[in-house]
Design a protein around this ligand. Structure first.
Ligand code: ADP
Ligand code: MG
Length: 361
């Protein structure tokens, strides 16, 4: 009967359409973690705790002390295309201050998992617990819970077996979760962000606002003590401020962050974290420029630690807004490369680890 089916074009049922759409947003545990942490940050949380089991395949829980939701709000929040963050296309194009703005994350996660939300608005005397499974709300009832929101995602993809099967080993899924959590921790030093995996605390930042303290919490003491400040940050403290400033005339308005001593490296480039206008991105051009600045000081196939914050006018960036794509492109890529490389070089020179005019490998 396979032959009969190929000729017949039929419309998929709503439930199937919904699951396919949800899979576009939630590809793996790390994408759910990303959406939930963004929601917590958008809700003005000062503490966010991410707890995952088996790389997130067995459970994800994100708890925040943000503004919380009323019973009515939480019911709306899990519907498709509902958001409190934008009203129309103009808001969307304005880029909005909030991180998530598509109004589909909770609905999508709820469509492909068993979802529990416990939430209480600040100052309210009672909270709400909402449970849903496979896109259907099962219960909404009053609940005693602290101010803020806890979202629990169990049995991710239980109703999408093909997707469930496609998940990688727990360790690999956890690597993705860790990268997402680390990115948000580094770019939000004023938020205390903790990550726990299978009962073990992986890291926990203080939320005291310093990038150095966050790096210490996330990467440990050996890495933290090997970090050198660059760009605008160096400018304020360093005596040779002129050398630390970024070159004028390029596309960047600001560049700040830290890079590691050339002896503190890893075999993977994933420890070069780049943020463009506050957004954690993947920018090959920036990473290449960082590596180029080290020249022959870097052993082959080794990469430094780096946390770089670039800011530049919105029209200089082509950000693909698709939720899963992180790669960013610049209108003046050569200009960005030059400014990044020069800033990293001068930070290294200032520390005497790379000499001006050193041969490049
Ligand atoms: P979006 O973030 O694009 O608005 P979501 O589906 O992620 O869409 O969330 C829908 C709405 O639910 C948000 O606009 C927000 O009002 C509310 N919400 C979600 N998570 C939280 C949270 N952790 N704290 C407070 N409100 C939240
Ligand atoms: Mg969101």
């Amino acid at each position: 009967d396979g032959d009969e089916q190929v000729d017949e074009i039929h419309r998929l049922d709503e439930a199937t359409i919904e699951r396919i759409a949800a899979g576009e947003v939630v590809e793996r545990p790390a994408s759910a973690v990303k959406e939930l942490v963004e929601n917590s940050l958008d809700a003005d949380a000062s503490r966010v705790r991410v707890v995952v089991e088996a790389g997130g395949t067995d459970g994800i829980r994100v708890t925040d002390d943000g503004r919380g939701m009323s019973a009515e709000a939480v019911e709306r929040a899990v519907e498709k295309h509902t958001t409190s963050k934008i009203a129309d296309i103009d808001d969307l194009e304005a880029g909005v201050g909030s991180l998530g703005f598509r109004g589909e994350a909770l609905a999508a996660i709820g469509a492909v998992s068993r979802l529990t939300i416990r939430t209480k608005p600040r100052g309210a005397n009672r909270g709400t617990e909402l449970r849903m499974a496979g896109g259907e709300i099962e219960s909404v009832k009053p609940a005693g819970c602290p101010e803020g929101t806890t979202v629990e995602v169990d049995d991710l993809f239980y109703n999408v077996p093909a997707r469930r099967k496609y998940l990688k080993q727990d360790a690999t899924e956890f690597t993705h979760v860790n990268r997402v959590a680390t990115g948000y921790a580094l770019s939000n030093p004023e938020v205390a962000l903790a990550l726990e995996h299978d009962g073990r605390e992986v890291f926990s930042t203080t939320g005291q606002g310093s990038l150095e303290a966050t790096v210490l919490a996330v990467y440990g003491r050996d890495v933290a003590t090997a970090m050198l400040p660059i760009g605008a940050r160096a400018e304020s403290g360093a005596d040779d401020a002129d050398e630390a400033a970024i070159e004028a005339g390029g596309p960047l308005d600001e560049l700040s962050g830290i890079v590691s001593h050339p002896e503190t490296t890893r075999a993977s480039p994933e420890y070069c974290s780049v943020f463009v206008n506050g957004r954690y991105v993947s920018a090959t051009a920036v990473r290449d420029a960082i590596v180029a600045a080290y020249g022959s000081q870097l052993a082959p196939d080794r990469y430094p630690f780096a946390v770089l914050f670039l800011s530049l006018p919105a029209d200089q960036i082509d950000v693909n807004v698709h939720p899963r794509k992180r790669e960013v492109r610049f209108a003046d890529e050569a200009g960005v490369r030059d400014q990044v490389r020069t800033a990293v070089e001068s930070a290294l020179m200032r520390e005497g680890v790379v000499r001006s005019g050193a041969p490049r490998g």
